[in-house]
Write a protein that binds this ligand. Structure first.
Ligand code: MSP
Length: 722
């Protein structure tokens, strides 16, 4: 009898262990339907983990890809008049476009391999694993693989056999039962099959779960443990070629096709060279294995039970960890589905929101392991509150003040002994208080991030934002600037704010790589934020004298009412049917959210409340506000929101003005009315008309209903407002 050794490796018991390489994976997605929010989310999580490891100087390998075999792909291909490989190629194109559009591909510092199970090296590797399993004995000394006869119900979309508690009995006894997940009919399968003797592995699996936090988070580990403790049934791991031909043939028995999960789960090892010398030389199984596998809880069982059992049988080291997140549901807690019309469209996300706002929302909103609610409105609210008014505002107000009060150079934060008392009186304390606070929040961020508690980690980062905001509001730099004796106090506030921003950029980089790089650039820092390890940050290492760059808003405020309306109009327009599944329109490659006329531009006031809200009288004098009389008003075809006005500003000829008030004002009601316009606004073309000024109106309520500014007394046309 041969005895197989089961490496229950405890070498990498935590994400924070000091290792030289790191390997993280997403599931490989089915190649029968197009990418959606759920796929994007798992990629974002894995991408954030990979970036964090790379930032720490750890050589990291990040895998994503597609699962291309099996009856589902065969059926989708048939429906679309394609071969299965053509079907897979078609879907892969969309996945690659999606990853590029959301900056998750290799070119943007994202994944290292887009793994496809149709790669020849994968065939070789899976065949090698099969052969090893076929030779193996179970912990109870029996053959790990045996040939038998399978009779049962199979769900093609799940690619899994269903037991009685996993299907719904049909109303009509002659009909097949339906899958509880997909609500589709199950196939009756009755055929010869290879079986993997999973039932012999329960104890070894339970020992693995208890040896370290192999399955995370804990609630998910408990679920898996009770499933395994409840007893395991042997697993059918092949189908007759006559039933499923699109798959990898069983070595030495080509009448059988491997079970698609045996094939798919193995991709994580074949990708880096298991069973294929060339791939091994290129990447290195020894170098990168074991991996951290990230996935949704829907496929946890396959990863936490089947994969470890297969690896035990084959004598391959276990993964580093199996990490399952919750699922996105709609804002009312319902599962997202095209029938309910509550899905989140990737092209809409890509068009209306910045990549970092989406990343931030996904990681902040979902408590890792639990389900999360995703709605466009929630996304807008978080973007406006946490990003536009929070981090973005802190960044622009800090940089604006450095330009204004320190000539664009980061000042020294030193306060001489003789000035300490004055500083204290102005509410500016010893530097160590704020430095300690920020260092502690950074430590907590790193700790929570390593525990995959992203939401908690981000709360810590936002505690820094709030603390620095408070420091600025309390110290009132705009008052300090008026008092020459408080020069050092003012400088200290500016320095501390700039140093805090540097810390925030480095700490937040894995979650918000684009904005972090932008903050870094605006701060005038030359090195790469992607290479700066947050754990190595030391307070005070920002060199005084550094020249900062021009201030640009990071997160333009989103006009909620307007954007929701635009999303409503756009959603659905670009959808098409592919393989019976709803497809997403190709995401555009630009990740920028702010577009001319989209209402997403930040105003100066949005970016810098408090300090920058004050303008000089000279600034105000630049704006030429005039009284105008509406002569004609009409709607513009196909532009629901715009009115075309002709107004008399006391000039030779009336001016044309376009105003976004059509939903609230009847054109006729405006004729003869005196209004206020910005007369020296650069003319701009909209819908084929040149708008030669801008009408002033109050924006009222959540919807931003416009109420036109007007006069109670008679005023001549062209009169200037001062
Ligand atoms: N092909 C298998 C995986 C094989 S891995 C060896 C598969 N593919 S899938 O296309 O169905 O992808 C499932 C995964 O997509 C989930 O585990 C999760 O990572 C992601 N999501 C799909 N829907 C999701 C949500 N509603 N919310 C969050 N993630 C979701 O299963």
């Amino acid at each position: 009898m041969t005895w197989i050794c089961f490496p229950l490796v405890t070498r990498h018991s935590s994400l924070v262990t000091n290792v030289k390489t790191f390997y993280v994976t997403t599931p490989i997605y089915y190649a029968n339907s197009l990418p959606h929010l759920g796929h994007l989310y798992t990629m974002l999580v894995a991408d954030a983990i990979a970036r964090s490891k790379r930032q720490q100087g750890i050589e990291t390998f990040f895998l994503t890809g597609t699962d291309e075999h099996g009856i589902n792909i065969e059926r989708a291909a048939e429906k679309n008049g394609r071969t299965p490989k053509e079907q897979a190629d078609f879907v892969v194109t969309y996945f690659k476009q999606m990853t590029a559009a959301f900056a998750l591909d290799t070119a943007h510092g994202g994944y290292d391999i887009f793994m496809r199970t149709t790669e020849p090296f994968h065939y070789e590797g899976v065949s090698e694993l099969w052969r090893r399993v076929a030779k193996a004995k179970t912990p109870k000394g029996r053959d790990a693989l045996y040939k038998g006869h399978y009779e049962g119900w199979f769900c093609a979309p799940c690619a899994a056999y269903k037991t009685e508690d996993e299907f719904a009995k049909p109303a009509n006894a002659d009909d097949p039962p339906t899958c509880l997940i997909h609500e589709t009919r199950l196939d009756r399968v009755s055929e010869e099959s290879y079986f993997f003797r999973l039932s012999d592995y329960a104890e070894a699996l339970l020992a693995l779960y208890d040896s370290r936090d192999f399955v995370r988070p804990e609630a998910r580990r408990n679920e898996v443990k009770s499933f395994v403790a409840g007893g395991l049934q042997d697993l059918s791991v092949s189908r007759l070629r006559t039933s499923v031909s699109w798959g990898i043939p069983v070595p030495d028995d080509p009448n059988h096709t491997m079970y698609v999960w045996f094939d798919a789960l193995t991709n994580y090892i074949t990708a880096i060279g298991f069973g294929n010398e060339q791939q091994e030389k290129k990447l290195g199984f020894e170098k990168f294995w074991p991996a951290l596998h990230v996935m949704g809880k829907d496929i946890l069982r396959f990863h936490a039970v089947y994969l470890p059992a297969f690896l035990m049988a084959a004598g391959v080291e276990q993964p580093r960890a199996i990490v399952a997140h919750g699922m996105w549901v709609d804002p009312t807690g319902r599962k997202m589905s095209k029938t309910l019309g509550n899905t989140i469209e990737l092209d809409v996300l890509n068009r209306f929101f910045s990549i970092d706002a989406i990343r931030y929302f996904c990681l902040r909103e979902m408590v890792f392991g639990q389900d999360g609610r995703f709605g466009y409105e929630n996304l807008i609210d978080r973007t406006n509150s946490d990003l536009a008014s929070g981090l973005g505002n802190l960044s622009s107000r800090t940089l604006t003040m450095i330009h204004r009060y320190s000539d664009g150079k980061v000042p020294s934060g030193e306060i001489a002994d003789e000035n300490r008392l004055a500083a204290k009186r102005a509410g500016v304390d010893d530097e160590t208080a704020i430095a300690d606070f920020i260092a502690h929040a950074r430590d907590e961020f790193v700790r929570y991030f390593d525990e995959l508690a992203f939401s908690r980690a981000l709360e810590e980062a936002w505690a820094i934002v709030a603390r620095v905001d408070k420091m600025i509001s309390d110290a009132k730099p705009w008052d300090l600037a008026k008092d020459a004796s408080q020069r050092q106090t003012l400088n200290a506030v500016l320095y501390r704010a700039a140093e805090a921003l540097r810390w925030l950029a480095i700490t937040l980089y894995p979650v918000m790589p684009i904005s972090a790089s932008e903050i870094y650039r605006q701060l005038g820092l030359g090195d790469e934020v992607s290479q700066a390890d947050p754990r190595q940050l030391r307070w005070g290492e920002f060199k005084p004298g550094a020249q900062i760059n021009e201030v640009k808003p990071l997160f333009p405020r989103i006009d909620k009412a307007k954007t929701m309306e635009e999303i409503k109009q756009e959603s659905g327009d670009q959808r098409s049917e592919v393989g019976g599944q709803r497809s997403e329109a190709q995401p555009r490659t630009s990740g920028a959210a702010a577009t001319e006329g989209s209402g997403q531009h930040a105003t100066e006031a949005d970016a810098v409340p408090g300090v920058a809200n004050y303008i000089d009288i000279a600034d105000f004098a630049k704006i030429d506000l005039r009284v105008a009389e509406v002569k004609t008003a009409e709607r513009i075809p196909k532009a629901d929101k715009l009115l075309l006005l002709s107004v008399d500003v006391g000039e030779e000829k009336p001016r044309t003005i376009l105003a976004g008030i059509a939903e609230y004002y009847e054109p006729e009601s405006l004729v003869g009315r005196k209004i206020v316009i910005v007369a020296n606004l650069k003319p701009r073309k909209l819908r084929g008309y040149e708008s030669q000024g801008m009408l002033l109106a109050a924006s009222v309520g959540d919807e931003g209903k416009p109420v036109i500014a007007t006069f109670n007394e008679d005023v001549p046309n062209g009169a200037r407002l001062k």
